[in-house]
Design a protein around this ligand. Structure first.
Ligand SMILES: CC(C)(COP(=O)(O)OP(=O)(O)OC[C@H]1O[C@@H](n2cnc3c(N)ncnc32)[C@H](O)[C@@H]1OP(=O)(O)O)[C@@H](O)C(=O)NCCC(=O)NCCS
Length: 249
């Protein structure tokens, strides 16, 4: 079981990038939304996320990046429309965007900047279960910040994989940590799910904590792909066929 984690940095979208560099890839709705951001950093984050998901999908399925359509479930989880078997989930900050890709497998991903650890730890009582709080309280400050970041991203990754948003109460499930940072999921009976169905991975990438959730009874292998600039639109080649220029390695 393999899933693919694609990532890109919003700062890599060239500062001088004009709409012409990417507008043929985004659809009309995405282009319109890209014009609504008050701050340049949010505009970049949005554009690069849309480019990342479109190029990543096209890496696994023979359809050009600009041809993908999407729908969202009632809780906002996006998916490919029509379904071609590929599954993806997105998470972004102003420094990093990630897109987790898999085939015929329910998945979720969440990232948080390391720099948010203290702030997240302060929110522990609001979001973490009593079991998680009990464990976190035994830790030194530094370990607390680290655990808070892991718990936050793990909980989000599970919620995002389920696609139920915050209708799934955050305190109704726990990530219980044991020796050597091993952990397992514990669910309240009301959640109608079985922890044995799920596999999680925690990793650090570009100064962010990343949690990956996959509905599988096998440990997933996570391939990590960096999407690099230049983010040019496809160029017209001499034979008249469009070729996607190197956006992703
Ligand atoms: C919306 C939510 C799915 C994630 O929000 P987030 O962590 O702020 O944002 P992320 O960057 O990780 O993810 C956003 C992306 O998730 C996807 N997404 C949206 N709703 C989703 C859902 N119900 N399920 C899965 N993915 C969803 C979208 O692709 C979205 O990006 P887009 O708007 O550019 O398309 C939801 O879980 C939420 O509102 N969380 C609030 C934060 C919170 O209280 N966290 C407590 C953690 S203990």
């Amino acid at each position: 079981m393999t899933v693919n984690l694609w990532y890109a940095h919003p700062k890599d979208l060239p500062a001088q990038a004009t709409a012409g560099d990417w507008e043929n890839i985004l659809n009309a709705e995405e282009r319109a939304r890209s014009g609504t951001f008050r701050f340049e950093k949010h505009r970049r984050e949005y554009i690069i996320t849309r480019l990342l998901v479109r190029y990543a999908l096209s890496h696994y399925h023979p359809a050009p990046p600009q041809t993908w359509n999407f729908r969202t479930n009632r809780y906002g989880k996006p998916s490919v429309d029509p379904d071609c078997g590929l599954r993806f989930n997105l998470s972004n900050s102003s420094e990093l965007v990630v897109c987790l890709m898999g085939n015929e497998v329910e998945l979720g991903v969440d990232i948080e900047p390391h720099g948010r650890a203290i702030e997240v730890a302060k929110l522990a009582r609001e979001f973490f279960s009593s079991l998680e709080l009990e464990q976190i309280e035994t830790l030194s400050d530094q370990e607390k910040f680290n655990r808070a970041l892991s718990l936050w991203t793990l909980k989000e990754s599970y919620i995002k994989a389920r696609g139920l948003g915050l209708s799934l109460p955050l305190k109704s499930f726990s990530f219980v940590f044991g020796q050597s940072n091993r952990f397992h999921l514990k669910l309240d009976p009301g959640l109608a799910d079985d922890p044995a169905n799920w596999r999680f991975r925690l990793l650090d990438l570009a100064e962010h904590r990343v949690a990956v959730a996959v509905r599988s009874d096998l440990d997933p292998h996570v391939n990590i792909w960096e999407a690099r600039p230049p983010l040019y639109a496809p160029v017209l080649q001499r034979d008249g066929k469009e070729a996607a220029v190197q956006f992703l390695n």
